[in-house]
Design a protein around this ligand. Structure first.
Ligand code: DGL
Length: 272
């Protein structure tokens, strides 16, 4: 058996919140992070084009990294493409979908908020989660147009505009019949990067659900049944970050990736 190679994938820097939890759960694995920064943000893409893009990028990444397991650390990608990724590639995938089931189990008021990208809130997958696990709750689902980009700017060192943040989150805070939202699902992996600022602008205190620790446990479980093997060729070293484009913003992002432990950049030249 060799060290397990894990490919963590997101449209941008949000998957770093999942990477952090995976490092904590599995400190001795070989981690490679990949971001489709050429296509960021995924939240604004139409479904058919996005599925095609994700399948194309994943083919390149799997060829380059030869992973034992792939973590789709992105709700917007998982809710649209997970089934097709599993059908297309012979590698185990762990996805990230909005944590509606635990939220429905934890709410006392019966009102839960779901913050996600505009793409994720439109997905049938998300509606099915609500139908299957939260039918007894009032679910305030909000597609936040700018939150993911605000989180990326924060990681690059730009101060968060708190008034704009408050506008982005306020639709999930509702009061009705003497009850109010008490649990909010962070349904985009970028949002836990804004936890400190969320606490400053929330209209009242709620519990936020960051799915990253549960995803990391799931990765450990799946790895337990995977026979790891040495790569068939030279692959990016542990702590590499693969970006699909060298657009100017990419250079600004490198210090942030390095701060989160991914300090070996590689560019793939997969412009949109
Ligand atoms: N981090 C991604 C997610 O979990 C989406 C951000 C985006 O590209 O819009 O949904």
């Amino acid at each position: 058996m060799s060290t397990a190679r894990i490919l963590l994938f997101d449209s941008g820097m949000g998957g770093l919140t999942v990477a952090r939890a995976v490092r904590h759960e599995l400190p001795f694995v070989h981690l490679v992070y990949a971001a489709d920064n050429a296509a960021f943000p995924y939240g604004a893409w139409a479904e058919t084009a996005l599925v095609r893009r994700i399948l194309g990028v994943m083919a390149e990444l799997i060829a380059r990294v030869d992973p034992d397991i792939v973590v789709i650390a992105c709700n917007t990608a998982s809710t649209i493409a997970l089934a097709q990724l599993r059908d297309t590639f012979g590698v185990p995938f762990v996805g990230t979908v909005p944590a509606i089931k635990p939220a429905a189990a934890q709410t006392k008021s019966g009102i839960i908020g779901v913050l996600a990208t505009p793409g994720t809130v439109r997905r049938e997958y998300t509606q099915t989660l609500i139908h299957d696990f939260a039918a007894h709750c009032r679910v305030e689902l909000h597609g936040a147009p700018r939150l993911a980009e605000m989180a990326e700017r924060k990681l690059k060192g730009v101060a968060v505009d708190l008034a704009a943040l408050k506008d982005e989150i306020s639709p999930v805070f509702v009061e009705a019949g003497g009850r109010r939202t008490d649990v909010v699902v962070l349904g985009c992996t970028h949002y836990p990067l804004l936890t400190d600022e969320l606490a400053k602008v929330e209209p009242w205190v709620v519990r936020y659900i960051d799915p990253a620790p549960a995803i990391a446990r799931r990765v450990a479980d799946v790895l337990g049944s995977v026979v790891t093997r040495p790569p068939g060729r030279e692959v990016p070293p542990h702590n590499s970050v693969l970006l699909t484009s060298r657009r100017p913003e990419a250079e600004d992002a490198l210090p942030a990736y390095a701060k989160m432990g991914f300090h070996l950049p590689e560019f793939l030249g997969m412009a949109v």
